[in-house]
Design a protein around this ligand. Structure first.
Ligand code: ADP
Ligand code: MG
Length: 314
């Protein structure tokens, strides 16, 4: 268990009267007989979650987008947000850009900003998001079933590649670097409600810490395991060519979704996704083996290392 999870479990996890408390992408409280409110909070701290050089416009976008993905991961629709910011000084041009990015993202995902807090401190943005989800369509991490297909929305790995470009750990063509950095700065979470309205999926999580770390949360909650096939991962041509699958497996910041669904829904998911122009890729299976297995493009098992993003390292 990560140190972060250990802290949460030891000090904060208590019994709750809410239908779902700590341990998923969002907590659930009753809205009415048919719907829940889904509530979640994500924070971006300077130097931990973003480089000080991050453009303010992109930071405003990203601070909200990383919360939107948590509501999508519950099968819900984001509705309202409270925005808490800590800044060192009242730099007006920075605030103007930051708020513009925030409002652009709010408009795109149908979120209204209804409150927040403004304080002085090291730059940090913490957003509480509130969404609505139909009880019948809710997706919990614990919902995966044996033999489910594992699906991933959008493309993954580019955000982590973008971070390596910014840190000069890797050099790509100008266009490739620009695209990767854009994915890091401006994540675009995928709304799967147009598919989940037919209740096609069993479980979901958003990918903030890499496929291995985040899929593990589903598997632990569901008491199951998985086989993942690298050849099927929705990664860029460069990652495929270089076999740099670690960017997708262990790199964070994609904010796409991992979902599981019964095999019998496979063709329906593919057909509906094509109709809705929604990118979703089948990448593996849920198993009841002892541990998760990842297979390289030649079908050989790869060593799984424990290196998804962690806030506290033992
Ligand atoms: P996510 O990656 O989806 O944001 P986290 O891994 O940050 O989720 O958190 C896991 C779970 O623990 C979530 O349900 C979250 O609400 C809860 N959690 C995290 N930190 C705290 C805390 N300090 N107090 C109470 N609950 C927390
Ligand atoms: Mg999440």
């Amino acid at each position: 268990m990560s140190v972060e999870a250990d802290i949460i479990n030891r000090f904060f996890k208590k019994k709750t009267s809410a239908p779902l408390g700590i341990g998923d992408d969002a907590a659930l409280i009753n809205k009415n007989t048919k719907e829940y409110w889904a509530l979640s909070q994500d924070t971006l701290n300077v130097n931990t979650h973003f480089l000080p050089s991050t453009p303010a416009l992109d930071l405003g976008w990203k601070a909200l987008a990383v919360n939107v993905s948590d509501i999508y991961a519950m099968g819900g629709q984001p509705k309202y947000a409270l925005v808490s910011i800590a800044i060192n000084k009242h730099n007006m041009p920075w605030l103007e850009d930051f708020s513009r990015g925030l409002h652009q993202c709010a408009k795109k995902y149908g979120v209204e900003i209804i409150g927040g807090d403004t304080t002085r401190g090291q730059t940090s943005i913490s957003i509480t998001i509130i969404g609505s989800v139909e009880k019948k369509k809710v997706l919990k991490r614990s919902g995966a079933k044996l033999h489910d297909d594992i699906w991933i929305t959008g493309q993954i790995g580019l955000a982590a590649l973008g971070l390596d470009c910014l840190k000069k750990k890797i050099t790509l063509s100008e266009a490739a670097e620009k695209l990767a950095i854009k994915c890091l700065y401006k994540p675009s979470p995928t709304d799967i409600q147009s598919l989940q309205k037919y209740q096609l999926f069993h479980s979901a999580i958003d990918i903030s810490d890499g496929v291995i770390a985040d899929l593990s949360h589903i598997l632990t909650s569901s008491n199951l395991s998985a086989n993942i096939f690298c050849a099927q991962l929705p990664v860029s041509a460069w990652i495929k060519k270089e076999k740099a699958f670690d960017y997708a497996l262990y790199g964070g910041d994609d904010y796409q979704l991992i979902l599981t669904a019964p095999v019998k829904n496979r063709n329906r998911i593919k057909k509906l996704a094509a109709q809705k122009r929604l990118k979703i890729t089948h990448v593996g299976q849920v198993t009841n083996e002892k541990k998760m297995m990842v297979f390289d493009p030649n079908g050989k098992p790869m060593k799984i290392v424990n290196k998804g993003f962690k806030h506290f390292v033992k």
